[in-house]
Design a protein around this ligand. Structure first.
Ligand SMILES: [Zn+2]
Length: 294
């Protein structure tokens, strides 16, 4: 089944809701980065959140980046997304291994550790919008919930889940974000809060074969749920030789000359898809000419 996000509303527009199935996307990330189970779970939760937050962007050129920096063995995670839910990302230490938690779940919070979550939205302004919070638990869903409350003043409920199979492949991945719009009445808030306490864990829903429709039904089925849109999700890297050339040129005259003198070549690997770009001396010299003409 293809990965997708459903965009929905409920309670006459007082609630906006998104649910995602992202199993193939997270599996692709696992194959690219050869992530350990706990790293798959952490990166997968981040990719799923970024896909959903991406489709909230307004313009086609807008870009969203989620970056966690932590003192746990994973060291950090960076993911990006766009309005079409094209996502990509990596964990700094994808081979992190940690014992399971006492409840048998992967210890994502332990792998992430203490640190911060930064959300960067490049929406075509001179300076990108950027909001940052201290991590609450490192479990990622709680941290994004807190980010929305603290940085954007949007009361939200976030659920993110990744189930890793015995052969280490991704069995299921998905999640939801439910948000209250300004002016939601107290009765509705109370009803939603109660409902969120009674629904199964997202991982249990995914493991029972829930699709995005069924996840939204479980939460908002009795609150006037209305599905608006269905957006495909994919892991896609948009790196290219031209972009890598620009990155080399932007290093500047001094640094480029140094690379040419000392190494006579350059090999750059894309963090997101592991594609390798090679430049020989004559190519680097051409880039140096461009750097000098800037
Ligand atoms: Zn790439």
């Amino acid at each position: 089944m293809e990965d997708y996000i459903l965009r929905a509303t409920a309670a006459n527009g007082s609630i906006r809701a998104f649910a995602a199935i992202s199993s193939n996307t997270v599996e692709k990330a696992r194959q690219i980065h050869n992530t350990s189970p706990v790293a798959s779970a952490a990166l997968g939760r981040m990719l799923t959140a970024a896909a959903i937050m991406g489709i909230m962007l307004k313009s086609e050129k807008d870009r969203l980046t989620l970056q966690i920096t932590g003192d746990g063995p994973l060291k950090g995670i960076l993911v990006t997304s766009d309005r079409f839910a094209n996502v990509k990302g990596y964990a700094v230490n994808p081979y992190t291994e940690l014992p399971l938690r006492p409840d048998g779940k992967l210890d994502v919070g332990g792998a992430v550790g203490n640190g911060s979550l930064r959300v960067i939205k490049d929406i075509g302004l001179k300076e990108p919008y950027s909001g940052s919070i201290e991590l609450i638990s490192g479990e990622i869903a709680d941290d994004i919930t807190y980010y929305y409350a603290a940085s954007e003043q949007i009361p939200s409920s976030v659920g993110l889940g990744v189930l890793v199979d015995t052969d280490l492949s991704i069995k299921h991945a998905g999640g939801f974000i439910i948000q209250l719009m300004p002016g939601a009445d107290d009765e509705l808030v109370e009803k939603l809060e109660k409902k969120l306490l009674t629904i199964p864990y997202i991982t249990d829903m995914l493991d029972s074969g829930y699709n995005a429709e069924k996840i939204l039904q479980a939460i908002l089925g009795d609150m006037g749920l209305e599905i608006l849109d269905r957006v495909p999700v994919a892991y896609k890297c948009d790196c290219s030789r031209a972009r890598v050339e620009q990155a080399l040129i932007s290093l500047g005259k001094k640094e480029l000359s140094q690379i040419i003198d000392e190494d006579k070549k350059a090999e750059l690997t894309c963090h997101f898809c592991n594609k390798v770009y090679n430049f020989d001396e004559s190519e680097l010299k051409k880039l140096l000419v461009e750097a000098c003409s800037r």
